[in-house]
Design a protein around this ligand. Structure first.
Ligand SMILES: Nc1ncnc2c1ncn2[C@@H]1O[C@H](COP(=O)(O)OP(=O)(O)OP(=O)(O)O)[C@@H](O)[C@H]1O
Ligand SMILES: [Mg+2]
Ligand SMILES: [Zn+2]
Length: 307
């Protein structure tokens, strides 16, 4: 072989190496793998750093800081409902493998930490069992799906199908801000499809939804930690309920409610917002967590102004 020929074959073999490095063979660059049993998991190639894991789980950047401390305890909880919700989350994660397919619904007004705790749940499941869930704000999910309809149909699996499969098959799915407004029939259909498929597969869902519970005569006292002095003492004792303490000291239970416990007025508003089939499936498979309190975003901006 002459010099030029040798150079050519060297270049070729390097190019092959480079090409192999660039597109992951396992996932063909998509970042996730569909197994034979149709389950979906993230590919090792995107899990090499915390940031890419958070991206793969579709967690909004604003909440990435949760992954740093991995403890979502909040000392300024006014009425104890956040602490109760937090304990319920720890309990949920610890029993995750036993209660097949059950999910959670965080209900409360804006800014009380519903999204925060839903993301903490995902990250804690990842930390504890390496279960890699998916987060989606409902509005973005619908927009993303709509924008992909009909695209690259010629391929074996279109981008639309890929996203849908990811949402249907994720081992745990958060749907953030479900039913903040009454859904259009079309959006209701998409969501019914997703929720019914996951219901059939016994695949769990965590939901956050905006409800001013006081309007339904549901009050903080019902989660057992009202602002009376004795309960304040109880709360300061519960302060040790950070995640590590919980793991050491064993089970504590947050108060959760079943669909049957909800007042009729709330049930009918759920049906109105989500439709009968979504409400009934979520009612059967989820525990409801009540949250109260002031909007922390407003408090935060007040504090920044004062200082
Ligand atoms: N445990 C916590 N520690 C520190 N900050 C928190 C905690 N929980 C919530 N926050 C902060 O409080 C604000 C409101 O929380 P979050 O976004 O979870 O509210 P939400 O109940 O989902 O509100 P909305 O219904 O408007 O979506 C955010 O800025 C969030 O980062
Ligand atoms: Mg939210
Ligand atoms: Zn890969």
């Amino acid at each position: 072989m002459d010099n030029l020929g040798a150079l050519e074959s060297l270049l070729k073999s390097n190019m092959n190496k480079y090409a192999k490095k660039k597109v992951c063979e396992k996932c063909k660059g998509t970042g996730f793998i569909i197994r034979e049993d149709n389950s979906v998991d993230y590919c090792d190639c995107i899990l090499s750093s915390k940031d890419s894991l958070l991206k793969a789980m579709n967690i909004p950047k604003r909440y990435w800081k949760i992954a740093d401390s991995m403890d979502a305890f909040y000392t300024e909880d006014q009425d104890g409902s956040y602490t109760n919700a937090y304990i319920a989350v720890l309990d949920y994660v610890n029993k995750f493998k036993e209660n097949e397919g059950r999910g959670l619904i965080f209900m409360g007004p804006p800014g009380v930490g519903k999204t925060y705790l839903s993301i903490f749940s995902l990250l804690y499941l990842e930390e504890k069992y390496k279960i890699r869930g998916l987060f989606y704000d409902v509005r973005s999910l619908i927009l993303d799906l709509k924008s992909l309809i009909g695209k690259d149909r010629h391929l074996n699996s279109s981008s639309y199908e890929k996203l849908l499969t990811k949402v249907l098959k994720a081992p745990i799915l958060v749907l953030d801000d479900l039913g903040s407004e009454i859904l259009t029939d079309y959006n209701k259909d998409i969501l019914t499809y997703i929720i019914a498929s996951r219901y059939n597969d016994m695949a769990p869902i965590i939901i956050t939804t905006n409800f001013n519970l006081l309007q339904y005569d549901i009050r903080p006292e019902q989660v057992g930690l009202s602002s009376s002095p004795s309960n304040k003492k109880q709360r300061s004792e519960i302060q040790i309920s950070s995640k590590n303490m919980f793991e050491k000291n064993g089970p504590e239970q947050g108060k959760v409610f079943s669909y049957d416990d909800l007042p009729n007025s709330l049930k009918s508003d759920l049906v109105l917002r989500l439709g009968e089939s979504i409400a009934s499936r979520l009612g059967e498979t989820c525990d409801f967590i009540y949250m109260f309190g002031e909007d922390r975003r407003i408090n935060k901006s007040k504090k920044t102004k004062e200082s």
